[in-house]
Write a protein that binds this ligand. Structure first.
Ligand SMILES: *Cc1c(COP(=O)(O)O)cnc(C)c1O
Length: 358
């Protein structure tokens, strides 16, 4: 069986080596049981959970004054958890809207506070990140929320905003793809299914002094403090997803860590952008300085060829290249687990297709 190169935005490809480990351990995780069958309070599972936190701390150089939480509800759950936990008596939070996900995060926060959109990139269809000097920041905001990499629109910050309030980042589609200085953030969260593992988990990295001030009505399952106090085993966690994340963390470490993986990500994205920019047949809608290394949307000069492009790509084992339903065109998501060979195969197909149809 040949595994396809899967360019899905999420759930996305997992490293083949990780899949093989899962296969070999599926019936017997060193103790006669499958991880799926183990008590979440067993020594065996707790060891997996502890190792995952330890490895993630190492990979991201997470300082000791930050808690690492493994929660449920995906990144969307965090759209509510963040205001519920971080308002801490305030009634205002700042949101930077640079694409579909940050827009959704701001809309959810409006249920709990005055969520102010301090910068809005929707004009022009989310193809450019508004300049920092134009942001209408509020010094009395409880935090500022932004999305460093907009998965659907293909925009990525190449810089970290410097603000006077805790900085909150939805890193669902860029965590572990390059080095970030965690100490610049009050809170980082990420749904697992892009760069970390299977869906079902959200990782939250939060500065400990921000804990303990949740809104009175916060459901206990959304309260960070409960997860920090219980090693994220507050109730039954998605044990299998957590186990797979642990294997992915070990895999990133075996690749040489985040810096090494970042180098390969740069190489992969440059290869694809060069192919797009170097042709009259393909184009990128995104401002050059704001282009994502993870999610690369592109358009065919003649969109009546879209269907044919997708069909022929699939015949060459290049899957899931259709753009998001709200945007159209094509999108190649090339997270850590996408090998360089996958991008090379895509570029080679794109060149052939352009020759035959241009
Ligand atoms: C995928 C994604 C989400 C939504 O994740 P769910 O786990 O489906 O809730 C939110 N934000 C970003 C940046 C994403 O890429």
């Amino acid at each position: 069986m040949t595994r396809p190169y899967n360019f899905s935005a999420g759930p996305a490809m997992l490293p083949e080596a990780v899949m093989q480990t899962i296969q070999s351990e599926l019936l017997d995780w060193h103790n006669g049981m499958s991880v799926m069958e183990m008590s979440h309070r067993s020594d065996a599972f707790i060891a997996i959970a502890e190792n995952s936190e330890k490895t993630l701390r190492e990979l991201m150089a997470i300082p000791d004054n930050y808690a690492v939480l493994f929660m449920q509800g995906g990144a969307t759950g965090q759209f509510a958890s963040v205001p519920m936990n971080l308002l801490r008596g305030k009634n205002k939070a700042d949101y930077v809207v640079t694409g579909i996900w940050s827009k959704k995060a701001a809309a959810e926060a409006k249920q709990y506070c005055e969520a102010k959109v301090v910068a809005d990139g929707s004009e022009g269809g989310f193809t450019k990140i508004p300049e920092f000097s134009s942001w209408n920041l509020n010094n009395d905001a409880a935090y500022l929320h932004y999305v460093p990499n907009e998965t659907v629109n293909g925009l990525e910050f190449s810089w970290t905003p410097e603000v006077n309030v805790p900085l909150v980042a939805d890193m669902s589609s860029c965590i572990l793809s390059q080095e970030y200085d965690v100490s610049k953030f009050g809170l980082i969260y990420a749904g697992a299914q892009k760069n970390l593992g299977p869906s079902g988990l959200a990782v939250v990295i939060v500065r400990k002094d921000l804990l303990g001030g949740a809104l009175k009505d916060t459901p206990s399952i959304l309260n960070y403090k409960n997860f920090a106090d219980s090693g994220s085993v507050y109730n039954t966690p998605p044990t299998f997803s957590w186990y797979v994340c642990n294997l992915v963390f070990e895999w990133v470490k075996a690749q040489g860590g985040v810096a090494k993986v970042a180098e390969i990500n740069k190489q992969k994205s440059e290869l694809l952008y060069n192919a797009i920019d170097g042709s009259n047949f393909y184009s990128s809608p995104v401002n050059k300085a704001d282009r994502s290394r993870m999610n690369i949307p592109f358009l065919l000069a003649d969109d009546s060829l879209d269907k044919k492009f997708l069909e022929q790509a699939a015949q060459r084992n290049l899957q899931q290249l259709g753009g998001h339903r709200s945007v159209g065109g094509m999108r190649a998501s090339i997270y850590n687990a996408m090998p360089l060979e996958g991008v090379q195969a895509l570029v080679s197909f794109m060149q052939d297709f352009a020759k035959e149809n241009g």
